[in-house]
Design a protein around this ligand. Sequence first.
Ligand code: NAP
Length: 282
Amino acid sequence: MKPGTDPKAMNRGPSPLPRLGMGTWHMGESATGRAAEVGALRLGIELGMGLIDTAEMYAQGGAEEVVGEAIRGRRERVFVVSKFYPHHASRKELAAACDRSRRRLGIDTIDCYLYHWRGSVPLAETVPVLEELVARGHIASWGVSNFDVADMEELFAIPGGEHAAANQVLYNLARRGIEYDLLGWCGSRGLDVMAYSPLDEGPLARHPEVVRVAKESGFTAAQVAIAWTLRHPHVVSIPKAGREEHVRANAACATLRLDAQALESLDRAFPPPAQRRPLEVI
Ligand code: NAP
């Protein structure tokens, strides 16, 4: 889906969303880091990472401002994802929260607007407001985050709930629980799964077994971990990188394919789930 196109198109056939994006958690927290953060995101855009994930929660809007600065003059090349707090999921609060995010991002339309995690507001109250925001052109599509299978089933039972375009969840080599059910549930309904924390917040880039596989494949451990999340056609991966060398390494993952031997070694070190586990969250 291109920025600003019909959201319902996302449920038709394989998603044309950029498969590799950039996270922004912890960006915008200090004025001194801002220029480097904007530079890292701009470099990523130049290198083809055409999706940026942010949230009103990150630095209390500061990360959205960094994204806004980074995409200025480049808007048409970036698919912008932002997320709203559960306490803004009500009819009274949601449209205003969306307006604040759009203002900080400096854009008319957020390409995909996600419910960050479930709170106490009934889904039946939130979904119609999201649909109205689509109709008004304030968002092009909407989705959820940290929703397990039961949450998704409840969502899809609500009129309009089936228009959800994506579920953003924790998914990496060390957190494979969604492979048991949620990944297939979303895939069979045409929903994109956005894999957050593909490096498990960093440690996978240093994990001895991933380092070993990486040496054999000629890549870095971080690249192996990110490429591993991209082996499913419906998974979008959103590593966060503030350092230029990390941005360059991550961008190269778009074309990196792990061979069967590497995948087998990784399966031995990080076995797939043998039974259902509740969705892990960070
Ligand atoms: P992550 O992407 O798994 O890891 C980020 C860490 O890995 C940073 O310390 C980064 O360092 C380092 N790194 C990045 N590329 C590297 C490379 N090539 N080699 C070595 N180290 C590398 O963790 P994350 O930030 O938690 O997750 C990614 C994004 O997912 C977030 O930024 C956020 O947008 C989203 N997220 C969503 C939720 C949710 O509830 N929906 C929760 C968590 C995260 P530098 O920054 O120093 O380069």
